[in-house]
Design a protein around this ligand. Structure first.
Ligand code: ADP
Length: 301
């Protein structure tokens, strides 16, 4: 196969591993710096160029689109799709998953367990928001945050109210959630490839931090997940229409609750914690599924 890897930084662990895994399995792979692609949108024969040359002859494309370049990145991916190149994840599914609220709405509609969550823009009714959640403690999140930045814990009503109001002052969209205390500053990341969880890890927050993000100093360990967690992760991936993703969940008293579904999951933490060749599994998935003009177009909404 000839594979395009859309990635901005070729030196990132995940990108290097995908290149290694492709080459080890006898494929040709080209890293394409997403933001340097230009597209002819008006032609009836869709065309894309890169560094003065036409991009053509690809069987599959692996999109690794950072949150800050979602708009341009999904446009480039869509163009690949129009040219009949098989996408590891489809542009529409990536756009869908980038909107945290839309994702939660889709997941809740299909009965996936979620933390009780209130979404708001105006914060004038902070008391009522807290009441809807059954009081404090609550977690307050900026909807556009990533890597745990913009996620705070409001332990008392006074603290929670002033945090909600402070975020409101930024004119941001916020999500206020019940705090899943019993998760004990740990969350579970399941790597889904196709219809299977191929690896899973437990992330534990740094001392004194309720957030378990590795970027915030958290630690990752391999973990055996329960059948319920496994089926929740696979169903969440399916609802989002993602072939490959990282499903983050918390172990709550009422079963697994999903926090987020990530369409470009990092491979470093999970491969190092579990010793599993996740990159190889991704390429294997492409070998089985990449056919010209074939997209699965799953998920709705
Ligand atoms: P980001 O997308 O920025 O990583 P998350 O929503 O994943 O933000 O939250 C960051 C971390 O905070 C999570 O990994 C988890 O450890 C913790 N966390 C988030 N929401 C809750 C919650 N409702 N209850 C308990 N801990 C939470």
């Amino acid at each position: 196969m000839k594979i395009a890897l859309m990635a901005r930084n070729p030196k990132l662990y995940s990108h290097q591993r995908l290149v290694e895994a492709s080459e080890a399995r006898g494929h040709e792979i080209q890293i394409i710096d997403t933001l340097r692609v230009y597209i002819n949108v008006a032609s009836h024969r869709p065309e894309m160029r890169y560094k003065g040359e036409k991009l053509e002859g690809f069987d599959a494309v692996i999109p690794r689109i950072g949150a800050s370049v979602t708009f341009f990145g999904t446009a480039v991916l869509r163009q690949f799709e129009m040219m009949g190149v098989y996408p590891l994840n489809e542009s529409v599914a990536i756009s869908r998953s980038r909107d945290k609220l839309r994702s939660l709405q889709l997941l809740s509609r299909r009965g996936i367990g979620l933390p009780v969550s209130v979404f708001a823009h105006s914060t004038s009714q902070a008391d009522d928001i807290l009441q809807m959640l059954g009081g404090t403690p609550v977690v307050i999140k900026l909807l556009e945050g990533t890597q745990g930045i913009g996620v705070v814990l409001g332990e008392t009503p006074t603290a929670a109210k002033s945090m909600i109001q402070a975020f409101g002052g930024l004119k941001a969209n916020i999500l206020v959630q019940e705090f899943i205390k019993e998760a004990g500053s740990q969350d579970i990341r399941c790597l889904v490839v196709g219809d299977r969880v191929v690896a899973s890890m437990m992330r534990s927050g740094a001392e004194g931090d309720f957030r378990s993000n590795l970027h915030r100093g958290g630690r990752a360990d391999s973990i055996r997940i329960t059948p319920e967690e496994r089926s929740t992760a696979v169903r969440a991936a399916n609802i989002m229409g993602l072939n490959v993703c990282g499903v983050d969940m918390l172990r709550s008293n009422h079963g697994p609750v999903v926090m987020e579904v990530n369409s470009s999951p990092g491979l470093e933490g999970v491969e190092k914690a579990t010793g599993i060749d996740v990159a190889g599994k991704v390429i294997e998935f492409l070998e089985k599924n990449a056919k010209p003009n074939k997209t699965r177009t799953r998920g709705r909404g």
